[in-house]
Design a protein around this ligand. Structure first.
Ligand code: CA
Length: 236
């Protein structure tokens, strides 16, 4: 798998390239946004690891450019203080983010997870009519949701919210993205509306809000539907 690492600090870029090569990735490095675009066009990488703070062209603009030209996963690298940039990056199409400092193992695991996911266009209607993620199945045509094979009764907004979350399982979805996708131009004036709907969805899916196994809260950013774990041990 080839990865384009966009990072302007040479020591950091070198350490990332060395570490990720050991994890089995083929690495190209770009030190600026302009170089990133040139390299992307040349090499067509399978994934982009993108530092948001770059000299010249910003990481957000690189993210927009990549998303306009390709559906490959983009993982942004941010500092803990850049929460707003992280939100915007997710809204313009980044798949996931890691906060510095991070462990290389964790980064590599997130990269593999992003590569495993089929690219789902964030804009427009979900391509699939039936989406199954772990214990939850959503049939868009019948407008029905099952949990462990048992039907779950959802309101229209709850259904639409779950549909967006499932279609993007594993991706962090920013609050603004969810509000726009589910409520459209009628974005509710009360910002708690989204949390109230998430709360109801969790209750109906028997998901425990304090340690959710289905819908995770990503603090300050939004929500993520947990991807199904690849099963390691066969059931007995
Ligand atoms: Ca930087």
């Amino acid at each position: 798998m080839s990865v384009l690492v966009v990072e302007d600090e040479p020591a950091y870029a070198e350490a990332l390239a060395a570490g990720l090569s050991q994890e089995g990735f083929e690495i190209a490095v770009a030190a600026t946004g302009e170089e990133a675009i040139r390299r992307f066009a040349e090499r067509r990488p399978d994934l982009v690891l993108l530092d948001l703070v770059l000299p010249g062209m910003s990481g957000l603009d690189v993210c927009r450019w990549v998303r306009n030209h390709s559906s490959v996963p983009v993982i942004v690298v941010t500092a803990r203080t850049d929460e707003m940039d992280t939100v915007v990056a997710l809204e313009v199409g980044a798949d996931d983010y890691v906060t510095k400092p991070f462990r290389l193992r964790e980064l590599a695991a997130r990269m593999r997870a992003a590569l495993r996911r089929a690219p789902v266009p964030l804009r427009g209607a979900p391509a699939l009519e039936t989406i199954v993620v772990g214990r939850v199945a959503l049939d868009a045509q019948r407008h029905a949701v099952d949990l462990d094979g048992e039907p779950v009764d959802l309101s229209l907004k709850e259904f639409q919210l779950l549909e967006v979350l499932l279609a993007n399982a594993g991706r962090v979805l920013a609050r603004g993205t969810l509000l726009e996708r589910v409520w459209g131009i009628d974005v509710p004036s009360n910002p708690k509306t989204l949390d109230v709907h998430i709360g109801r969805l969790r209750a109906k899916l028997s998901d425990d809000a304090s340690s959710p196994s289905l819908i995770e809260t990503v603090r300050g950013i939004g929500y993520r539907f947990r991807p199904a774990e690849p099963s390691t041990t066969p059931p007995t």
